[in-house]
Design a binder for this molecule. Sequence first.
Ligand code: MV4
Length: 501
Amino acid sequence: MVFGKILIANRGEIAIRLIRACRELGIANVAVFSDADRSSLHVRYADEAHCVGPAPSAQSYLNMDTILEAARRSGAEAIHPGYGFLAENAEFAHRCEAAGIVFIGPPSSAIRTLGSKTSGRRLATGVGVPVVPGAIEDLSDAEAEACARQVGLPVVIKATAGGGGKGMRVVREPADLHSAIRAARSEAASAFGDSTIYLEKYLSAPRHVEMQILADRQGHTIYLGERECSVQRRHQKVIEEAPSPIVDEPLRRRIGEAAVRLAQAAGYVNAGTMEFLVDSDRNFYFLEVNTRLQVEHPVTEMVTGLDLVKEQFAIAAGEPLRYRQEDVVIRGAAIECRIYAEDPFQNFVPSPGRITGLREPGGGGVRLESGVYVGYEVPVHYDPLIAKLITWGRDRLEAAQRMRRALMEYTIHGIQTTIPFHQRVMADPDFLQGKIDTTFIDRRFAGRPHAWDESNRDVALVAAALYAHLRDQAHLATRSPQTGRAESPWKLAARRAALRP
Ligand code: MV4
């Protein structure tokens, strides 16, 4: 391997995942941390660690000067940015290039081109990749109205600079068009400092399907299959899986080849993801490119057997791809549940605090990517994602059954997490049948307003306590198979206590 030492410009579970790849390859690794992360697991796990600033990420994990200085001081030859923070920052990639440090990701020029949704859209149209019908550019109010009439309602107005659904407005009635355009513009102006908008036909209940690609510097590009990410809450992904339940081999090839054409048109190098919407007739439409390693990359690793981070290292070091398209085979199915420090019973409010108890799942087909330990305090300053639980199965049902089992084993005390939410989804008949789209969570959970509220939890607590009591009474009544006598209550109490985390 060409790199002797790599700096990891991130924190939490993804920093650990990246350090693990370094360790397996014998690459020395350097962690960076903020004042709030002195006792974080990624700092303890790394070979060496450098403080890059105070708790707010703008002054630490986004501080290009201190991060580049840490790289220089430690003698790191390359920087992996993980996801979030500086991962899609063209200026940072450029500054690494200028400093003679390899940015493990695409060239800054590709990040810049693909950072704008409209330039991505234009590129796609140019290479025959379908986009949602609508208008591309920088619309005036009058043009937007004419365009809406042309494609037909409903339409969606999106901010050119946008992301995460911000500045997005759906228009169903002609009378609402004018005010929606104005609202979208002002929201975009205040959120991104850019009031340009574009307009698309609105697809009802689409699926979010994204295609993973790898491209080397020699001009080879391959696709590694899709991930289905339709289970989202407020534009935040919650559950992802590979393959998508609605994508068969011919559709995979069509989407994959479209993604490869796009990557090549953009001069893309390294790992990347092309996002698509898929409608109920399985038409697919390109949305945007994510120029980074994504949170949900493990599901692709589980079904392809590849290690995407190691591939990123090799590509960044200038090596040609070690796989041809025909070497990529999708085997079985994988599901990822994002474990957030959020309270699903309180409308998913963040739940920072100290972890006082922890039991982690294991066993066949289970992968846990976690950034926490007992005694660790989840800080308030950053994203509340604390772990990702991934399961693999020969088919989707086995992966889901394993997820249910692993979630049952998983106990985190001291903070609230989204584990109970996932337990419900894994028992949901629609989910189990693959009937998921971007309206799944609202449909299944918001439709029943009391599904997650506090009063319901109190009822559940009383019911659970009653159940536990009755169950224990039943245990006490059982007889020892050896002696035929009732089991000693002391023995049973001790056994119960031992099972408590
Ligand atoms: C859409 C759409 C329907 N029609 N575009 C939301 C965030 C942004 N990345 C794209 N989004 C959508 N664009 C058209 N023309 C529906 C959504 C959408 C969505 C997309 C992916 C995953 C979850 C979503 C939840 C709500 C809306």
